[in-house]
Design a protein around this ligand. Structure first.
Ligand SMILES: [Mg+2]
Length: 193
């Protein structure tokens, strides 16, 4: 029997860029509350596109390797009731820093390298999910979940507690931490056929 397959985003779900976002925003003269760094909201709190890009670029480059793991992420990945695939929308130039982070933090002890997939855009995650038969996906970016088939169980990772500020489709579940996601994953795995 094929095991259940889970698709897991990387940035903001496994690796925590929050402290770097706060510092970089401060250097650009923008004082943010931690929740305002949330990937669904940050753009709205930056003065313009140029400032937003200036903040984003180093996060996915040299700063990635210095970022901590999201609390409970590595432990949670190891406890998922099925096979986990990391499916990350990172441009080719930003893959190296993600792989460095994974090596430094022992991610490949939990998820082998061949189950880490990079794609160019959030839209591309859909084809990988369909090809691999992913049945549950965890992402912190609502628009990326919106590109996935509705037949898939879609979970928004919301450790900033901002879901009430978003127009959330009714079938998208919310996990405010990894413990909550594990509970949803277990309910999904052991649901009646
Ligand atoms: Mg993300």
């Amino acid at each position: 029997m094929t095991p259940l397959r889970f698709g897991i985003d990387f940035d903001g779900v496994i690796v925590d860029h929050r402290a770097h976002k706060l510092r970089l925003a401060g250097e650009l003269g923008v004082a943010l509350e931690p929740w305002q760094t949330n990937t669904n909201l940050l753009h709205a709190y930056m003065p313009d596109d140029a400032a937003y890009r200036k903040l984003q670029e180093p996060l996915y480059g040299h700063l990635t390797v210095q970022a901590p793991a999201i609390p409970g992420a590595l432990e949670g990945l190891a406890r998922l009731p099925g096979e986990a695939y990391v499916i990350s929308a990172r441009r080719p130039g930003n893959e190296v820093s993600a792989l460095e982070w994974m090596a430094k933090n022992g991610l490949h002890d939990i998820i082998p390298r061949e189950r880490v997939i990079f794609c160019e855009s959030g839209r591309d995650k859909r084809a990988h999910c369909e090809r691999l038969g992913i049945s549950m996906f965890l992402d912190d970016k609502l628009s990326y979940l919106g590109h996935l088939p509705e037949t898939l169980s879609r979970v928004l990772f919301d450790d900033d507690g901002i879901a009430h500020r978003l127009a959330l489709p009714s079938d998208i579940r919310v996990a405010t931490d990894w413990q909550a996601f594990l509970a949803l994953a277990e309910a999904h795995a052991f649901r009646p056929a």
